[in-house]
Structure formats: structure tokens, C-alpha cells
Design a protein around this ligand. Sequence first.
Ligand code: SF4
Ligand code: ZN
Ligand code: ZN
Length: 320
Amino acid sequence: MKCRVCRGPAVIDVRRHNANFCGEHFLRHCREQVARAIKGHQMLEPGDRVLVAVSGGKDSLAVWDILVELGYEADGLYLGLGIDGYSPESERFARAFAESRGLSLEVVDLPSDYGYDIRSAARAAKRVPCSACGLSKRHLFDEAAGRGGYDALATGHNLDDEAAVLFGNVLRWQAEYLGRQKPVLQAGEGFPRKVKPLVRLGEREMAAYCVLRGIDYMVEECPMAQGNRHIGYKEALNSIEERSPGAKHSFYFGFLDRAADLFVPPEEERTPIGTCVRCGAPAGSDVCAFCHLLERAGGHLPCDGGDMPVELGRSVPESR
Ligand code: SF4
Ligand code: ZN
Ligand code: ZN
């Protein structure tokens, strides 16, 4: 097996590209794919300040590393979810990476800063844990990006993630979600620009990238992921990809090229967005979904430190 570029011994094959690479040229391939995604989807401009949502896993550490390598000013934000046996370890990986590279990492901890954790919030709000978690992450990452004056918020979603989400949304024809499934969502209505620079790279490539770059990452999955529908979608797509390399890429990028715009609602049909009376975040009603979750989970905003008042109107799920 020889490297496509230098003909030296290859360390990885990327069947989707029908190519093998040595370590050096594989790293270059990863950076090129990210640069191509950024340019092709107008995710970032040179010199942009980026906040990276960091989980301590391979994808978020890799995207942070690549953005810095490409010359962006990129800081990290780690969100502690209060999940025993997972959160403390993943925080250690995030901190160690930032320290080893001299990068700035902000840590927000749900139990100590907001008085709740994902397990108890999910129970109290009668949501599945991943739904309470997703809502918390969206709110707190958006808030931090705005507070820090960043040009964009970057996440480590890779091609496997995006193809699996698309697969699930297509299976149920969830038009509203399909309309938001682009790798870049422009800033607006109080939300920051959101970008997914890894959409041209798969899960296996990200693991190999971390190994070759000497990045230690949290290998164990979050225990709440068990039973998550997306794992089943990923397995289904992996078995298709096995027989037909490139299928995931064609599925996802074909959707972006040919169909994604059809699902974006026209301006006049969009729900008007106001401001949450409690925390000031964009909200579809008086109180945002995050403040409702806090209320049910017995949590508090960092400035409150106390109990939330009991009732305040219906919440509309945050839409991005
Ligand atoms: Fe959050 Fe669910 Fe992911 Fe765990 S698996 S980090 S609970 S979204
Ligand atoms: Zn080579
Ligand atoms: Zn709020």
C-alpha cells in the first residue's frame, strides 16, 4: 500500500477517495478537506475568531487543532454535563489538549454553575437525556459565542454524523430539520454563525488524525448514547458504505447540492423570534426553552443562585 502523493509506505486507506496516504500526506489531506469545506460553504473568513465546542472526544479536539493549523484564532469551550464516569474524564482530555497547545479553554459546569445535571434534568423535564443535553448545549454555546464576541461557533460534526442525522430526518421527512441541515447557519436573530468544518471527513479519518497528531482523546462514548437512534442510522449507513464506498458522501453532499434549499422556509413563514425575559436569549415566547428546563430541573442562572419562579408561559423549542 503506497501513499498516493509520495509513493512512500501508506498508513491509511481512504476508500471513499480510492486513495492511500502516508502519515504526513494524510494530515495534509485532512487540512485540505477542512479548508475546502470552509471555502466551499463560506463558513469562515481569514482572521475570524472562532469558538470551538469541545467535548474531549476526537472530533472536537481535531477540529480545534485543524482550525489553529489553518491560522484561525480558535478558543475552546467545554461544557461539563455532570454525568458520572464520563464528564470528569472528558474534561481532563479537553484541558490536557488545551494546555499542551497553549490554547484558551473556558469551562462551564452545569452542576456548579447552573445547579443541575443532565440525568436529573431529563427526569424532571420528562425528556430523553440527549434532548435535555442538546438544548443545554445549544443555549450555552450560543450564549458564550455572543458573550465572547466570536465570529462563529464551530462544532466537530463529521460526515458520518451529518449523514446519519440526514438519514433520520429523511426517514421521517422532518422538513423543519431538513431546512437547517446545512454545514453553515449564518448569524441572525441573536444566534451566532454556526459551522461544521469536518463535514468532508469521516469518523475513522478523525480517529487516525488524532493518533497521528498525538492527540489523546476520550474514547468511551457518553453512557447516555445507548439506545440513541443515530447509532442505528450510523450502523445502517456503514453497512451501505462498506459495499459502496462514497455512498455517505454522495447522500449528504447530493442533498446539499440538490435539495437542502427546498426545505428552507420562506422569510414570511418563519416564527418571529423575541427575547427571553429571564436570560435575554433569543426565544419564541416570553421564556426560552433553556430557562424552562432550568425551572423544571430546579436549577438557576449563574447570577440568580436561587430557585426559579414557578410559571411563565409556554416555551417554543429553540430553533437552531
Ligand atoms: Fe449529551 Fe446524549 Fe451526547 Fe451524552 S450522548 S453527550 S447526553 S447528546
Ligand atoms: Zn506521502
Ligand atoms: Zn432564557
